[in-house]
Each structure stands twice: as structure tokens, then as C-alpha cells.
Write a protein that binds this ligand. Structure first.
Ligand code: TRH
Length: 375
């Protein structure tokens, strides 16, 4: 059985650890890998995996060994495959342990997701090392066959399809949320601080649809509370005319995934929720992780041009996504988006089918490791 070490530094938020945790589980579940996951900030991990202890040095969860990545890194044996997630810089003594192995480990820098075209040219390239003779390779997730694809576990579509109306009713009850009303639109709101949100909340309150927005903790809940001018603790509901806002607690990752299936429209952000929204087959709106010099808008445009290539209501989607990211008025853009909901939903299914043809990231990664081991 191959041993894998995955190194994860939590830069901020939950995306880095969210991706690494999915990767670890899929490697173990579908490829029989023996995985050790090193995380520098365990409390962030414990938010999305509540069975985890936020301060244990080592713990075993779902077949994965989770280790705290301390500042003084212990002297351990290097694994057969080493994943440096998002260029997080491995500890010096661990690199030394890699060099000491008889057979060099496959060393891979798993990069951030982007739809930009340069990604295809850099995927699988070696990255020459200055201080050692080890080879390190770039592995880029992405949306085309010439990239590493996206994380998608084997049973995902079947689980999503089996999540029908009954399961949905039980799901809302389990969250303590009210049952769906006839004709109501349920929207998930997971975003960074967003200047367009007050206008969108006003638009929802003024109708004509009955909207319940499920608001995630952090920036989305804080801004929603400010807009209502009322406290908004987890489990509470605020109402204004046609709009109800339900405040969510931080949910375990598998429950968060179901939330994407249960809502009619998903506002997502960053990397991991953005990918999961694409597997949910529901209309979604993305806020990329804000970066200096507006690099995130380059990422937004790159994705939109791929995603909307064969989308019939392309303009309605583009305008809504642009407005959500500071380019235009969200109220009108939302009206157009929601008027085209059925067509957008059809497009989302086609898009997910198209993405499926790139093969899932873990499968592609395992094949790549076999290739470099043969070099
Ligand atoms: O938390 P994020 O903003 O993470 C970001 C991005 O990954 C960004 O690219 C990166 O540079 C930055 O972190 C450091 O958004 P993202 O990527 O969607 O990750 C959120 C994770 O949290 C995802 O795995 C889903 C999970 N989650 C839960 O498990 N429960 C919850 O209740 C919520 C709201 C999220």
C-alpha cells in the first residue's frame, strides 16, 4: 500500500483544508492509500469535521491519520508520495528525509484552481529544486482534459440523485429550518464581504418571489445582520416582506454538500464550495477569493468564458455574476437570472456532464504519480 503525506497550511478561511480533507478521504476510500494529513491549524479543520480534536498531536478519522503540523517539525520518515498543497513549503527536515530515501518520493505541488488558459501549459511541469536533487511537479486542477480535473468522489452523482423530496424535507428539519412553502425559492448565501449584498437583500424583500436565504456564518451573516439591524444568531430567522433569512451554524462538510443540493440557487465562494456547486446541478453564482490588483476578476472572466461557451441564457448569467462581483447593479441582474432559472439549471447539468469527461482529480493524480515513478 502506498503511503501518502499531504501537507496543508491554512492561509485563511476553510478552502485549503476543505480541499485537502476531501483529497485525503478519496485517496483512502477509492485508491486504498495510507494517508497522513499534516495541518498547521487544526481548529479550522475541526469546524468542517467536528469529530476532530482541535489540539491532538495525532488522531485517526475516517481511516486518515491527521497530524498537527508544528513549527518544530518532528523527524519522521518520508512517504512514497508527498503532496505540498498550494505551495505551502515543506519543512526543511522533511525534505532532508525525502532526499535520504533510497527511492525518491513522488513530490507534487497541488495548485489552486483557475480556468485561465496558462494552466494547461504548466500542469505536470517539473519545478527544478535549488538545494536538493529531488524532482517536484506541478499539478493543476482545472476544467479541461489538459488539466488535473476536479475533485469528485465516485458515488457523488448517485448520492445527489437519491436526495429527493423526502430526504430534502428531513434535511431541512434536521437543520431546524422551516418546511418549504409552495413556490418559495431557497437560496444559499456563502460569500466574502460583498458590496452588492445590501442591494440584493432589498431586491429579495421587495419581491415578487418568496425567498428564504440560508446564510452561512462569518461575512454573510454579519452583513445580513447589519442590513436587518438585528442580532442574527445561528438558528434564528429574520423577516422583511417577501424575504426570510435563516442563520446557519457552521456545518460539517458532508452536510454542507447536501445544503447545495437542497437549495434552488447557490451563492458560493473561493474554491471548494465553487466546485461542489458545479456538482450540485443547480444554478449558482460565484464570488472568487478577493485578490490584490483584481486578479480574482481575471479568474472570474476566465471561468465565465468557458462555462458560458454553449449556454443559452449566457448574458443573464454573466450579468448576475459580474454584478455580484462589483460590476453592475445586482437587482436587475438578479431579476434576469431568476427569470431564466430553468434554462440555467439545464445548462448546469450539461456543464457538469462535460466536466465529468476530464476524469476526477484524484484518479488523474494517482495516474500521474505512477507515470513519474516510472521515469
Ligand atoms: O473558505 P473559503 O473562502 O476558502 C478560500 C478559498 O479556498 C481560496 O481559494 C483560498 O485562497 C482561501 O480559502 C485561503 O471558501 P471555499 O474554498 O469554498 O472553502 C470552504 C470550505 O468550507 C468548503 O470545503 C466547504 C466548507 N464548509 C463547511 O464544511 N461547512 C460550512 O458550513 C461552510 C459554510 C463551508
Amino acid at each position: 500500500m502506498r503511503r501518502w503525506d499531504i501537507f496543508c497550511k491554512v492561509v485563511d478561511n476553510f478552502g485549503d483544508v476543505g480541499v485537502c480533507w476531501r483529497l485525503a478521504r478519496q485517496l483512502a476510500d477509492e485508491h486504498g492509500a495510507d494517508v497522513r494529513l499534516w495541518i498547521d491549524r487544526l481548529p479550522s479543520f475541526a469546524r468542517l469535521c467536528p469529530t476532530a480534536s482541535p489540539d491532538a498531536e495525532a488522531q485517526r478519522i475516517e481511516g486518515i491519520e491527521i497530524c498537527r503540523w508544528p513549527v518544530e517539525f518532528p523527524n519522521v520518515e518520508a512517504a512514497d508520495v508527498v503532496i505540498e498543497a498550494f505551495a505551502c513549503q515543506l519543512p526543511e527536515n522533511y525534505i532532508a528525509a525525502m532526499s535520504r530515501r533510497g527511492e525518491a518520493p513522488a513530490w507534487i505541488n497541488l495548485e489552486y484552481l483557475s480556468a485561465e488558459s496558462w494552466v494547461e501549459g504548466c500542469h505536470r511541469l517539473p519545478s527544478p529544486q535549488m538545494n536538493n536533487s529531488l524532482a517536484k511537479y506541478f499539478f493543476f486542477p482545472g476544467f479541461t482534459r489538459r488539466t488535473g480535473g476536479l475533485l469528485r468522489e465516485r458515488g457523488l452523482s448517485a448520492a445527489r440523485d437519491a436526495f429527493g423530496e423526502t430526504a430534502e424535507g428531513d434535511f431541512w428539519r434536521s437543520l431546524g429550518a422551516p418546511a418549504r412553502r409552495e413556490g418559495e425559492l431557497r437560496v444559499l448565501l456563502f460569500c466574502y464581504e460583498n458590496a452588492a449584498l445590501p442591494e440584493l437583500l432589498r431586491r429579495w424583500a421587495e419581491g415578487p418571489e418568496t425567498v428564504t436565504v440560508f446564510v452561512t456564518p462569518g461575512a454573510a451573516a454579519d452583513q445580513t445582520a447589519d442590513w436587518f439591524g438585528e442580532p442574527f444568531s445561528a438558528g434564528s430567522i429574520l423577516r422583511k416582506s417577501m424575504l426570510s433569512a435563516f442563520s446557519l451554524p457552521y456545518l460539517p462538510q458532508p452536510i454542507f454538500d447536501r445544503l447545495l443540493w437542497a437549495c434552488d440557487v447557490n451563492f458560493v465562494r473561493g474554491e471548494d464550495s465553487f466546485v461542489r456547486a458545479q456538482w450540485a446541478d443547480r444554478p449558482f453564482v460565484w464570488q472568487p477569493y478577493p485578490q490584490s490588483e483584481e486578479t480574482h476578476l481575471v479568474k472570474l472572466d476566465a471561468f465565465l468564458s468557458r462555462y458560458l461557451e454553449s449556454c443559452e441564457p449566457a448574458e443573464a448569467v454573466r450579468q448576475c455574476w459580474n454584478a455580484w462581483n462589483g460590476r453592475g447593479g445586482i437587482a436587475t441582474a438578479w431579476t434576469d437570472f431568476i427569470a431564466n432559472r430553468a434554462a440555467i439549471e439545464r445548462h448546469c447539468k450539461d456543464w457538469a456532464n462535460l466536466l465529468d469527461q476530464t476524469g476526477d482529480l484524484v484518479h488523474n493524480l494517482v495516474s500521474f504519480v505512477l507515470e513519474i515513478e516510472d521515469l
